[in-house]
Design a protein around this ligand. Sequence first.
Ligand SMILES: Cc1cc2nc3c(=O)[nH]c(=O)nc-3n(C[C@H](O)[C@H](O)[C@H](O)COP(=O)(O)OP(=O)(O)OC[C@H]3O[C@@H](n4cnc5c(N)ncnc54)[C@H](O)[C@@H]3O)c2cc1C
Length: 214
Amino acid sequence: MYDLMIIGSGPAGISAALTAKARNLNFIWFGSRALSTKIEKAEKIMNYPGLPTVTGSEMQSVFLKQIDDCGITITEAQVNSIYDCGGYFAAGAENEIYEAKSVIMTVGMTTTREIEGEARLLGCGVSYCATCDGALYKNKDIAVICASPKFEDEVTFLAGLANHIYLFTPYKETSLQYDNITHFNGLPASVDGDKKVASVTFKGEAIPVSGASS
Ligand SMILES: Cc1cc2nc3c(=O)[nH]c(=O)nc-3n(C[C@H](O)[C@H](O)[C@H](O)COP(=O)(O)OP(=O)(O)OC[C@H]3O[C@@H](n4cnc5c(N)ncnc54)[C@H](O)[C@@H]3O)c2cc1C
């Protein structure tokens, strides 16, 4: 019976594991030494305290070193079930059952409804975070997909950085009135480019852009 079980090895899981170690808990941590595909794919990270301007793989190396230096082990297994056993929890992973008094789930989140080319060009011009990646597109033309008017603040932020925004929305009207935003009702059919985003295709027409943000 462990004090704690941590599931997931992204930045949140790493923080939980470091704290559990500092508190001398008897814990098991499920994830992988690759840590997180999101970290791996990040082109350039500029907002992490203590690590100014690092690539995803540089951040991954620093995280792994800290984990190893602290003597923390990652159990490389996928957890596929968790049961509340009344007072403790049981988790199933690769034909084994593990028990702990507490569980911290740091499994991240997944996005859905991919556009053709989106996954392939993730980290190569495709981005999901205006605050994190906006500066990469300063004075450039970009495509922005905004799923709901409630996220339009993010588009306003990007409009202050980019040269021109091609804004795609599933809804018809937008309150955004900027000279450097062209609004289309609908979503692009694909994000195109060889190693980097070069354009998006909308209604059969290729629109040249340097990045695509959703
Ligand atoms: C291209 C790109 C660039 C980014 N750039 C920045 C940036 O510059 N600045 C910034 O602040 N953020 C950036 N982000 C966002 C940042 O990467 C995420 O916010 C962060 O990784 C979330 O951390 P997390 O620990 O919550 O989840 P994740 O990083 O998603 O980690 C979750 C982990 O849990 C594992 N897992 C899930 N289910 C199970 C299970 N059942 N059993 C075992 N393991 C499991 C997953 O495999 C994964 O390793 C970027 C993201 C991407 C994709």
